[in-house]
Ligand binder design. Sequence first.
Ligand code: ZN
Ligand code: ZN
Ligand code: ZN
Ligand code: ZN
Length: 496
Amino acid sequence: MQSYSEKVKIVRKANFPSRQLVATADLLPGDVILEEQPLLVAPHWECEQMKCSQCMLDSFVMCKKCEFFPLCIDCTNHNSYDCDFFCNTGAGAKISKNLLVENYAIYGVLKLLLLMENPTSGEQCAALSATPGAAVVDSDAWQEREVHIVNPLLQSGIAQAFKQVKVTHELLHTLCWRIDANAFEVAASDGNTLKGVYVCCAQLPHNCVPNTVVTIDEEFHLKLYASVRIRAGDIIYNSYTNPLMGTSQRQHELRLTKGIECTCARCSDPLELGTHMSSLKCQQCATGFVVCTGPIRDGKRSGEWKCTSCGATMDTAMVKELLVDVGEALLETNSELLAYESLLDKYGGRFHQNHFVLVEIKQNIAAILRAILMNPMCVPGQDLLERKLQLCEELMPLVRTVLPGISKLYGIALYEYLLSYMELAELMYEDKEAGNAALIFQEKLENARDIAAKAKEMLRFEPSNSPEGHLVSRIAMEQKRIEENLGQLNSKRNGV
Ligand SMILES: [Zn+2]
Ligand SMILES: [Zn+2]
Ligand SMILES: [Zn+2]
Ligand SMILES: [Zn+2]
């Protein structure tokens, strides 16, 4: 199921998190720390398209033996314990053959119950059972599960079919929570995303600035790499939030999905490691930023908002109101480019340029520009390319700070930058054949060569079939384009 590097050891602790992984020797960026196979792979709760119980590709037929589990046309069988359980002589023979088909959301929990009941996999499940099960009763998610998973399972009479596992209302909710809290998004070979439960990797403590990077291939094999140099004695961290969110958003998400109260260096720093991702512009002086310096309690930083330069204070209610305003304005943009740009203009004077709400708007603009640039029917002009480059230049240093070392997100940002950079360089060169245009073009190509190499380095561990892996081959195409251009310039210079 899993194997750890010899350069780490598991340290058990009395309090949460109950275990830590600690380096026993220096680890270099790219060193593999952990390899793990998933305990189970399941569709997202809301997925209605049935998946093959063997390979997790789309299913359109049923297993002929148990008539209970879906299969694809290429797979003829699936896990024999599960199959036997529901066939006519099995413990679950009395359960309706339509239970899963009519309530597909139950798949993950049902599969986990079978794993727990199966003597050959009981031990693997024990690690999952040791993880916290903190489902919040009556939350929206809890209600959804009550209706779509817990009730159908209890009403099916399945509790009586299990001998080892005591199936109760509470257990089913706990299993739902544990599946989510230990899941990573995985992609099947058809590109559809699923949830993979990786107990060892998911139990690594969280840090908003992680020192590792995770990749998962289409066989669902997970590898955890060191993303930066990790020294002997350091704790191995993973991150379970979007690094481009502000502290209050990250804290909220972590509490909801993992039951974690993060106290990492980034969360503890009102300036968020100097990025100012939660800072406002001071309206009293021209240069200062207003930040909240109080301690974090219950996921919220309490205390007053104060300018770092002139000391002017701002009412907490006003800060809240401003954030609600932008949130509402964002909903009214209809995902239109100009609407986002005018929002940036409107709120640019209120927030630090790295504030998470402006970052969100910029990411939306970048996504629209990306779609335009990717459209082969569209020839982007100089303005559009320059805007894209500017956005990348603003976002990239942020990504670098919150995800140092080997980072997928930085690799993707570099790739996007490279595309626009090359387009613009070629466009400008076509326009001006005279003077030192060739020299400038050559300089830009050499620069692009460095960007491409850096982007490839960031994505070098991505499995070739993953979306990031596809980027690597596209970067290779750009590298070819750069070298061809350089070759042509050379030929021209030599008068060939
Ligand atoms: Zn299949
Ligand atoms: Zn079967
Ligand atoms: Zn944190
Ligand atoms: Zn001020």
